[in-house]
Design a protein around this ligand. Structure first.
Ligand code: NAD
Length: 254
């Protein structure tokens, strides 16, 4: 088992990539802290992990809320005494042409996708500094590096997460903390289904269009990203620092 005994917090793990990663990490021996806004979905993830013989607890917290996040981190420290891995996965979609985006909608995407990485990191890092070890995985996207239609607000956040990752890595390397970014391509989750429904009259046609933008003939599955997260969470990646880690079927180069 590649994560035996590691205490791992995954934000937004009530669905999609976060849930799939939580399940894989549970199978690899981690003590998984499932976080989400949605209690029902978070509890479901915990059940799935426990049914497979793994160890998990759910803690509800809004990743943008300092009070809720600091209470979550204190609860984890009280229960387990340490946090080995933080996966800043929670995020929301933002769709629309820039001139049509309402300022409130813009602020919401920026808030969840950037502040939602800042706040959990802010409260977890002091514990990793004390431990003199830790791995942080920040969820960016291949959209940080390519243009995609009607995604201006979302792309801005994922570019920011990539820049933030590199800065964090430089600042905390001396504490033996590694900080890397995942850049998935199109991964079929509720998040993408929502984007396709809102953006296209014919989502099936849009899926074919997305496939043409990549080298792989298939769109990604949450498990594909989970396997990359497993590498970054485990000690196998001890020489990987501040890296943009693509899991995109070749979309950047396609
Ligand atoms: P998803 O919608 O299936 O899951 C996201 C989860 O985050 C949900 O359970 C939601 O309740 C939770 N969440 C949202 N706001 C939160 C908050 N404020 N506090 C706590 N939890 C919150 O989405 P997904 O496709 O699994 O995406 C996960 C991450 O991967 C996101 O950051 C997304 O931007 C990123 N990503 C997804 C794709 C893709 O194609 N699916 C591609 C690149 C990057």
């Amino acid at each position: 088992m590649r994560l035996q005994g590691k205490v791992i917090l995954i934000t937004g793990s009530g669905s999609g990539i976060g849930r799939s990663t939580a399940q894989l990490f549970g199978r690899e021996g981690a003590k998984v802290i499932v976080n989400d806004l949605n209690t029902e979905h978070g509890e479901e993830t915990v059940q799935l992990i426990q049914q497979a013989g793994g160890e998990a607890v759910f803690i509800r917290a809004d990743v943008t809320n300092p009070g809720e996040v600091s209470a979550m981190v204190e609860q984890i420290i009280a229960q387990y005494g340490r946090i080995d891995v933080l996966f800043n996965n929670a995020g929301i979609s933002g769709v629309g042409l820039l001139h049509e985006i309402e300022p409130e909608a813009w602020d919401k995407v920026i808030n969840v996708n950037i502040r939602g990485v800042f706040i959990p990191s802010k409260y977890v890092i002091p514990h990793m500094m004390k431990q003199q070890s830790g791995s942080i995985i920040n969820m960016s996207s291949c959209i940080a590096e390519i243009g995609l239609a009607r995604r201006a607000s979302y792309a801005a956040t994922k570019g920011a997460v990539l820049a933030l990752t590199k800065s964090m890595q430089v600042d905390y390397a001396s504490y033996n903390i590694r900080v890397n970014a995942l850049l998935p391509g199109t991964i079929m989750t509720p998040f993408v289904e929502d984007y396709l429904k809102k953006s296209y009259d014919n989502p099936e046609e849009a899926i074919e269009g997305l496939k043409k933008r990549q080298l792989s003939e298939e769109l990604g599955r949450p498990e594909d990203v989970a396997l990359a997260a497993l590498f970054l969470a485990s000690d196998d990646s001890k020489f990987v620092m501040g890296a943009p880690f693509y899991v995109d079927g070749g979309v950047v180069f396609g």
